[in-house]
Structure formats: structure tokens, C-alpha cells
Design a protein around this ligand. Sequence first.
Ligand SMILES: NC(=O)c1ccc[n+]([C@@H]2O[C@H](COP(=O)([O-])OP(=O)(O)OC[C@H]3O[C@@H](n4cnc5c(N)ncnc54)[C@H](OP(=O)(O)O)[C@@H]3O)[C@@H](O)[C@H]2O)c1
Length: 202
Amino acid sequence: MRITIFGATGRTGQLLVRQALDAGHAVTAYARNPDKLRFTHPELTVAAGELDDEKAILEAVRGADAVIEGVGSESAATRRIIAAMDASGVGRFVVVSTCSVPDPADRPDLKFKALVRFVRTAAPRAWSEVRAAAEAVRASDLDWTLVRVAKLDDGPATGEIKVGHYGHGVVGLSLRRADMASFLLAQVTDRTHLREAPAISN
Ligand SMILES: NC(=O)c1ccc[n+]([C@@H]2O[C@H](COP(=O)([O-])OP(=O)(O)OC[C@H]3O[C@@H](n4cnc5c(N)ncnc54)[C@H](OP(=O)(O)O)[C@@H]3O)[C@@H](O)[C@H]2O)c1
């Protein structure tokens, strides 16, 4: 498949690009700092651009089978990617989100609520932007999945990923970036979580 990745130069993004190429996909990596991607591959196209460049975003998305976004708290960028996908008929959109984005199936306990309140106080812009991005994704007609995570760590993949909703005693707070990358990649072909916002952790 042909996958366009936003946030490709990030810590999770670089792992995701490598995993996608290793799995035999063709990847377009959209990056404001293309030099950060320190490897080449015959199936890797690096598209240089900022997140406010609608034309470059459209070019990067056109012809893709799926788009994965792991840029973070930039809701305007998410809206531009959605518009580009709409305009070019690309349906599958896998988006990294966070525990600050609620889901009706969550059952947050007091500790979890305190954590989200802390995030809101410590990083109010990120908190509101990630929620605005999730709202835009949910309001779209795309085949979206919002992948929610609380805290990312480095280290080798464990291959053990818990999937569910917060507050049910299954999903915790921490996840290895390598596991995040493999879950994001799996969503491209796995439609189990279509138009859902699963929370995941190790
Ligand atoms: N870190 C955590 O504990 C945590 C928790 C929950 C969710 N998340 C989310 O998980 C995703 C991956 O996290 P990570 O820690 O692996 O990411 P990261 O290393 O911080 O990388 C973020 C990526 O987004 C790009 N980016 C961010 N802001 C941008 C902007 N204004 N314009 C253009 N590009 C921008 C970065 O580009 P450059 O390389 O050019 O900087 C980079 O490619 C992110 O969406 C993050 O919000 C992280």
C-alpha cells in the first residue's frame, strides 16, 4: 500500500516509517525538516513542507491508500490534512491522539481525571489543540481511527499492546513508541477500530 505519514521525523514517526517500509509499503514522509530522516529507501519519498502549506499537503496525500498523522497538538494541520484527503478521495486516516481526548466508553476514575486536569493546567494549548483535532477528525466523513495514548517511552517493542478504554482496568498509561508505531501501522489494514478512539498501552 501507499502510506503518507505526517510527523515522520519524530521519534514515533521514524520508527513508523521504517516499520512501514520493512512491511513492504511505499511511504511518503511529510516533513518540515527532511534532513532528520537519516535513511533512504527505494520506496521512501520525502515530501518537504510546513503544516500550513495546503498545496504541499495535497500533493503528499494524493494517491495514498492511507494517511497516518502523528504531529501532535496542531488542530489546524489536522483540518488541512482532512481537507486534502477529502479533495483527493483518500479515506483511511489514522491519527495519534492522547488521554486528554475523552470517549463515551471511558470510565475515568479520580486518579485519571486528576492526570488529565494536570495536563490541562500544565499545557493548556496542547490540551485544547489535541481535543480540537479529535473533534475535526470525528466530524469528518473519513474512515478514521483516533489512537489514544497517555505517555510514550523509548525502548524495544514489547509486542504486547493492551487496547480498550480508560478506566476499565485494562489499559494503562505508558506505551513504547515502537509498539505505538506497529499499532498505527496495523490500523491501515485492520478496520476493527473504524470511527473509534481506542486507548492503548503496554
Ligand atoms: N510524548 C508523549 O508522551 C506523548 C503522549 C501522548 C501522545 N503523544 C503524541 O504522540 C505522537 C508522537 O509522539 P513523539 O514523542 O514520538 O513525537 P515527537 O518526537 O515529538 O515528534 C513529533 C513530530 O511532529 C512534528 N511536528 C510537531 N509540531 C510541528 C509543527 N508545528 N510543524 C511541523 N511539524 C511538527 C515534528 O517535526 P520535527 O521533527 O520537524 O520537529 C515531529 O516529526 C505525537 O503526536 C504526540 O503528540 C505523545
